[in-house]
Design a protein around this ligand. Structure first.
Ligand code: TXA
Ligand code: MG
Length: 360
């Protein structure tokens, strides 16, 4: 049975698109619903759907009006390029102009899956997608709903995370509704996304591969395939500087409540000590509790941040995970949610510093 309704969950009435929601079985989506999503997409509509990482806001990649609606709906600056999603490796041909050996190797190993490759673009991909760059981001997602939509649409689909620019990526359909009601025509609700953080982004367009965004395909796995690759931990670029390194904006993934990353010795004990000391000073601080296992932490991170963000705390504290595997991806998102604020201890000067953050 197909379950479709007009969304009533939103707090603000945003005029715009109908924003229907269709609940689908994440492992075996109803073909009629998939057909409807694909028809909307090929006609220039916007369809939000689950991937194995986070929910995406999909649009026909070569339909300029649809692409502009994505940028406008997200409030995304035109300097931040989009990822093009395709159903299979054959379709990548229409998106890129070069297919190096390394790309084939990574595709064999990790596609479909949470890996995005940056490659020289084909001329069929509009400037609006690539922000005028000579490269394009492409990935084949593994989520059965995403794959079914891509196969049925049989055109490349641009799909940024389905959140407003600078906000936390959505890992449930409810998150998408609260971010983008009135922006999408249809949302496929396939339940919570299994991985919980965005895909790994690797740039294969230069001499040496560069890891731009850590994710569920880990640095260790990539190095095993490709040998050494560049990765600058806690890299950031100032968004006023025309996106020198897109996606490394510090304002990315931010809750509204000020957040601080705690990365000292024995983090678990340190965050609790910091919270207690802050509470003693009259600061209403809370700890974002995450499982120590990186894959569980990744799955819960964004939902936990959203939940605590709405509770009116003055400051949120998050302990860094061990910096390997998926822990690197979690730490990267926490660092950005913290807008680069990291504390290492519970000294008086650290507490003064945290007090100042709340005071401003
Ligand atoms: O997991 C994901 O990748 C999700 C799901 C929906 O597939 N999508 C996603 O898209 O996270 P978005 O737009 O939120 O993030 C795309 C990232 C951005 O950091 C963007 O700057 C970067 O990829 N990017 C896109 N094209 C690029 C290019 N040509 N060069 C460098 N970075 C690029
Ligand atoms: Mg995003």
């Amino acid at each position: 049975m197909v379950h479709c309704h007009n969304v009533g969950m939103t707090t603000q009435a945003v005029p715009g698109r109908p924003s229907d929601v269709a609940v689908v079985d994440p492992n075996d989506p109803d073909p009629a619903v998939i057909e409807r999503a694909a028809a909307l997409l090929t006609a220039g509509g916007l369809v939000a759907f689950p991937t194995e990482t986070v929910y995406g806001l999909g649009a026909h990649a070569t339909d300029l009006d649809a692409i502009h609606a994505v940028f406008a709906g997200k409030g995304r600056p035109p300097t931040d390029p989009l990822i093009v999603h395709v159903a299979d490796v054959d379709q990548v041909d229409s998106v890129v102009s070069q297919w190096p050996e390394a790309a084939q190797q990574l595709a064999d190993q990790f596609w479909p899956g949470p890996l995005t490759m940056i490659l020289p673009r084909s001329t069929s991909i509009p400037d609006a997608i690539t922000a005028g760059r000579g490269t394009v981001a492409v990935r084949i997602p593994s989520h059965p709903v995403a794959l079914a939509v891509l196969r049925a649409a049989s055109v490349p689909i641009a799909a940024p995370s389905a959140n407003r620019f600078g906000r936390i990526s959505p890992t449930t359909a409810e998150h998408v509704v609260s971010e983008l009601h009135g922006v999408f025509d249809l949302l496929l609700d396939g339940g919570p996304t299994p991985l919980g953080v965005e895909s790994t982004v690797i740039d294969l367009s230069g001499e040496l591969p560069i890891l731009l965004r850590p994710g569920a395909v880990t640095l260790e796995e990539l190095s095993e395939e490709l040998g050494p690759l560049q990765y600058r931990e806690r890299a950031s670029s100032d968004e006023s500087v025309d996106a020198a390194a897109p996606g490394q904006f510090l304002r990315h993934y931010s809750p509204r409540t000020p957040l601080v990353m705690v990365d000292g010795n024995g983090n678990g004990a340190l965050v609790d000590e910091l919270r207690a000391a802050l509470v003693e000073r009259g600061v209403d601080a809370a700890v974002v509790e995450l499982p120590e296992t990186a894959d569980l932490a990744a799955r819960q991170l964004y939902a936990s941040l959203r939940a605590l963000d709405s509770r009116g705390f003055e400051l949120l504290l998050v302990a860094a995970l061990a910096p390997h595997g998926l822990g690197r991806a979690v730490n990267d998102r926490v660092f950005r949610a913290a807008q680069g604020r990291v504390v290492l201890d519970a000294s008086r000067s650290t507490l003064d510093h945290l007090h100042d953050i709340v005071g401003t």
